[in-house]
Design a protein around this ligand. Structure first.
Ligand code: 5GP
Ligand code: ZN
Length: 137
């Protein structure tokens, strides 16, 4: 628990939220500024700042929860698809530093533009792949 953390406060029921699911390890609630109807946040009860600093066992428990909650959210709003994501770090748009996954229901022709893709040269891709492979070896 981090004292100033807004999501810890939601987990501890110190501030209100539209909680849609709760068990021993997670809380899921509706996003206060939804990207689309049904936008839900899935939050581990145990505080960690972000994805990479979260213990493996917390992450392992989280994936099936996201699957279960995501299926219900999609059904509730009649979504055709869903973006499942976490923003890691301020540069990636993270604002609340308590790990959370966004479940963003998507609808055909909802006009939520996906990220723009760029081009890449095969040589640059190969060099970059080698660099990442080295770090993972
Ligand atoms: P981030 O940008 O950190 O990945 O996402 C934080 C999300 O939390 C945003 O989508 C924002 O709308 C949501 N949020 C921030 N404060 C609150 C709050 O007090 N209650 C709820 N329900 N959502 C919040
Ligand atoms: Zn927290």
């Amino acid at each position: 628990m981090s004292e100033q953390c807004i999501f810890c406060k939601i987990v501890n029921k110190e501030i209100p939220a539209e909680i849609v699911y709760e068990d021993d390890s997670v809380v899921a609630f509706l996003d206060i500024r939804p990207v689309s109807k049904g936008h839900t946040l899935v939050v581990p009860k145990k505080h960690s700042n972000d994805f990479l600093s979260t213990e493996d066992d917390v992450l392992e428990a989280l994936i099936p929860e996201i699957k279960k909650i995501g299926a219900a959210v999609m059904k509730a709003v009649g979504a055709h698809g869903m973006n499942i994501s976490t923003n890691h770090g301020a540069a990636a748009g993270q604002v609340v530093f308590h790990l959370h996954f966004h479940l963003i229901p998507r609808f055909s022709n909802d006009n939520l533009m996906p990220w723009p893709h760029g081009d890449s040269e095969p040589k640059n891709r190969q060099e970059l792949a080698e660099e990442i492979k080295k770090l993972l070896a």
